[in-house]
Design a protein around this ligand. Structure first.
Ligand code: GTP
Length: 355
């Protein structure tokens, strides 16, 4: 298909710290592969082959992993911002790599089932300057909302309010005419949401909405990251990059789950991990080389590479950094985060952010 894809992957991912201290958010292992691989599989499935990544934070990691993209059947290029330019600035910064008349821009941390062919078709049929994927959500009060008129034209970009007039929100995926990308100011920070879109409306540009209600999730927080990974494993979120069968759990090569251990709820067990008898892992993401001792419980949590859980330890809704040790009998709940390589002695801690 003769459009370019641009993926914005330069954010620092602060809400996912400490996991994002060692890897940028789009590279975090999600259902067995870097999160970005799932998005790239959708881009490829839509028939788009030229992909430009707008990078900043930990920029080198992307090219080291994906190279020229040939393994995925893509042609990938990388543009680095020395200083982060924010979303709009990042889009402008890749302008000279664009080849087609239109570019589809993706936030690199969204899981979505929207029909990209239909999004691009709408953009072309209406002749819009920019077409936004607008997602219908159950609780729009948590987001800014984007109303449209009866022809589908966007009429406003509204801030978060308790009673928004529409359930449509900006889903973080847009088709831009290349000429509109050129019009974004170069070389400085620009927010596409706060500056570019309202500016286009004020200038009378045709900004169109492609409204959709299929699967959509922003994986920016630990809870959402765990849910997104589990949804991919269970086949609820679309991907063609799952390194295994859709099912209740994904156990990667070289991981050992002992008889009597339970792995459920779309959990992923990373390569080389060891789960001892009596342990229960539900709906969680275990990176590579994690060790979980007998009778430990892991629910809706992320365990970084090489993390270790002692006998009978309990972690619920928790992030444990790379190489951290949670001693036997420790209990960590609701929002606790253990920094990489920290060691909590046996039985020492009962932590809950609600306590
Ligand atoms: P938080 O710090 O947790 O809010 O995450 P984030 O830094 O990723 O910010 P946010 O989720 O708002 O970003 C949305 C998308 O835009 C993500 O895919 C980011 O990688 C990307 N992004 C944000 N800021 C920049 C930037 O300055 N440059 C580039 N290239 N991408 C950015």
């Amino acid at each position: 298909m003769t459009v370019d894809a641009v993926v914005l992957v330069g954010g620092k991912g602060t809400r996912l710290r400490p996991l994002t201290l060692s890897a940028p958010k789009p590279m975090l292992p999600t259902a067995g592969v870097p999160f970005l691989t799932h998005l790239l599989s959708r881009i490829k499935a839509a028939g788009i082959t030229h992909v430009v990544l707008g990078t900043s934070y930990r920029a080198e990691v992307f090219e080291q992993y994906f190279g020229d993209g040939a393994d995925l059947g893509l042609e990938m290029e990388y543009v680095v911002e020395d200083e982060p330019l924010d979303t709009g600035g990042a889009i402008r910064n890749v302008y000279d790599r664009l080849r087609a008349d239109d570019a589809v821009i993706f936030n690199g941390d969204i899981l979505s089932g929207a029909d990209l062919g239909a999004l691009i078709g709408t953009h072309r049929d209406t002749g819009a300057d920019v077409t936004l994927h607008l997602q219908r959500v159950e609780d729009p009060s948590r987001f800014g909302s984007v109303p449209t008129d009866e022809t589908g034209r966007v009429t406003a970009f509204l801030e978060k309010t308790p009673n928004p007039p529409t359930d449509q929100i900006n889903a973080g995926c847009y088709v831009f005419k290349r000429s509109v990308v050129e019009g974004i100011p170069a070389g400085r920070r620009v927010s596409v949401e706060r500056e570019t879109f309202p500016g286009l409306l004020a200038d009378g540009a045709h900004v169109h909405g492609f409204v959709d209600a299929s699967y959509w999730l922003d994986v920016g927080t630990p809870e959402a990251f765990v849910r997104g990974s589990a949804d991919l494993v269970r086949g609820l979120a679309p991907t063609s990059a799952l390194p295994g069968q859709v099912g209740d759990a994904l156990v990667l090569d070289g991981a050992q789950v002992m008889p009597g251990a339970e792995v459920t709820g779309g959990a992923t067990i990373g390569a080389g991990s060891e789960i001892a008898a009596g342990a229960r892992i539900a709906g969680s993401v275990l990176f590579d080389g994690v060790v979980v001792a007998e009778d430990a419980v892991v629910e809706n949590s992320v365990l970084g590479a090489g993390a270790r859980l002692g006998k009978g330890a309990i972690v619920r809704d928790v992030v444990v950094g790379d190489g951290a040790i949670v001693g036997a009998g420790c209990e960590l709940l609701a929002g606790a985060r253990v920094w990489p390589k920290v060691s909590l002695p046996d039985g020492s801690i009962r932590f809950s952010s609600d306590a």
